[in-house]
Design a protein around this ligand. Structure first.
Ligand code: PLP
Length: 424
């Protein structure tokens, strides 16, 4: 199936007489005839549903759809993108381990890594997303277990050289995890370039209508966990699951199975089946919405570029953009609907601009079908110091403009009047 068809059909194939639309299995529990059967499920000796914190048919169908879109072998839904970022790393790291992460990542992820996971004893080195091979190599330590980056960073819009990061990670015997939220698998499929695990905030384009907060982790199944003794959690007996060795019992499904049976069991963070259903509705039209977001965003970026009151515009689809050639390689059909820019008058003018918008709304959100706008330095990234802001590529005057699906002429007219008002 082509990716458009997968958006509609992957993950759920009704049998004769079954509901055409993915049903919401809004049930915490599942009935069995004997306790012996139930016991086998607990021992991972039989497959089946028994408690929604571990598995649920609606959630599993949507996870399977996203795995198909990314070209992975297995996936698990989480209750937020934050949970996906946390679980993806924590599934293979523990106290005393080290992670190499790009400095250009979502502010919430940066905080999760540099504050909360640090408290759990996991050490992070943040690297320039444009690092050379030598610079990247220099960040590795004996105890490095994984590399983490965003394919298209929020909000700085850096495009990751996925092949370079994957090659360096692999040379050090560790996997590359990438957050692919902004491009979505419609525009970029990181497994094709060597990434091993993909995460998403499904709250964004995948949902697209701002109805649910969610996340997903997808495994390519390509990383060989048994090639070293770095991942004992996957390659040695799990005493909390009767001595199961995930790589032996589940092969390419080892990473996701451990994530479900250990992390979901102990920490929770599952989405409600109703939220998974809403996410599925969004996924069904993802292939239609993403190209339109990109088309509108390019028109907006070109308009901004030509406006005398705009001091800079960052959109990787513009030919003069620093990431234009990487965009052509990794996301040839478009990057995302997010454009960032600054206007004359800096931070104060940015505030006046935002307050003057009539169609676009100020919202702590991005990647919605309705155009929305945010000033990251005073919101999503406000916990970062000036130096951290600079390292993350977030200028203090940066306006993050998430171009929606309205008619591009209406969006541009709104921007034009707000820029004028901002200069008064
Ligand atoms: N990753 C990226 C790239 C994001 O933009 C966000 C949220 O904005 C997250 C992860 C966190 O996702 P959530 O808000 O669904 O927890």
């Amino acid at each position: 199936m082509k990716i458009n068809t997968k958006c509609l059909h992957a993950g759920y194939t009704p049998k004769n007489g079954e509901p055409r639309v993915l049903p919401i299995t809004q049930s915490t529990t599942f009935k069995y005839e004997s306790s012996e059967e139930m016991g086998k499920l607990f021992d991972l000796e039989a497959e089946g549903y028994f408690y929604t914190r571990l598995q649920n048919p609606t959630n599993d169908a949507v996870a399977a759809k996203i795995a198909a879109l990314e070209g992975g072998v297995a996936a698990v839904l989480t209750s937020s993108g934050q949970a996906a970022s946390f679980y993806s790393v924590f599934n293979i790291c523990h106290a005393g381990d080290h992670v190499v992460a790009s400095a250009a990542i979502y502010g919430g992820t940066f905080n999760l890594f540099s504050v909360t996971m640090k408290k759990l004893g996991i050490d992070f080195t943040f690297v320039n997303p444009d690092s050379t091979e030598e610079e990247l190599n220099a960040a590795f330590k004996e105890n490095t277990k994984v590399v983490f980056a965003e394919t298209l960073s929020n909000p700085s819009l850096n495009i990751l050289d996925i092949e370079l990061f994957a090659n360096v990670a692999h040379a050090h015997g560790v996997p590359l995890i990438v957050d692919n939220t902004f491009p979505t698998p419609i525009n970029c499929r990181p497994f094709e370039f060597g990434a091993d695990i993909v995460t998403h905030s499904t709250t964004k384009y995948m949902d697209g209508h701002a109805t649910q907060v969610g996340g997903v982790i997808v495994d390519s199944g390509n990383f060989d966990w048994t090639a070293s003794d770095k991942y004992p959690g996957l390659t040695t007996p799990d005493e909390s699951y009767h001595g199961v060795i995930y790589t032996e019992r589940f092969g390419k499904g080892a990473y996701i199975t451990k994530c479900v049976t250990q992390l979901m069991r102990d920490l929770g963070s599952i989405p409600s089946p109703h939220n998974a259903f809403l996410l599925n509705l969004g996924l069904e039209t993802l292939f239609l919405r993403v190209p339109r977001h990109c088309e509108n965003a390019l028109k907006v970026a070109k308009f901004l570029e030509a406006n005398e009151n705009v001091t800079w515009v960052n959109y990787p689809g513009l030919e003069g953009n620093k990431y234009y050639s990487l965009a052509q390689k990794y996301m040839p059909d478009g990057t995302s609907g997010v454009v960032s820019f600054g206007i004359k008058g800096g931070r104060e003018a940015a505030t006046r601009f935002m307050d003057s918008l009539k169609l676009a709304t100020i919202a702590t959100h991005v990647a919605d079908c309705r155009t929305c706008v945010l000033h990251p330095a005073s919101t999503t990234h406000r916990q970062l110091t000036s130096q951290q802001l600079e390292e993350a590529g977030v200028a203090e005057d940066l306006i993050r403009f998430s171009v929606g699906l309205e008619d591009a002429d209406d969006i541009i007219a709104d921007i034009a009047q707000a820029i004028e008002a901002s200069q008064m």
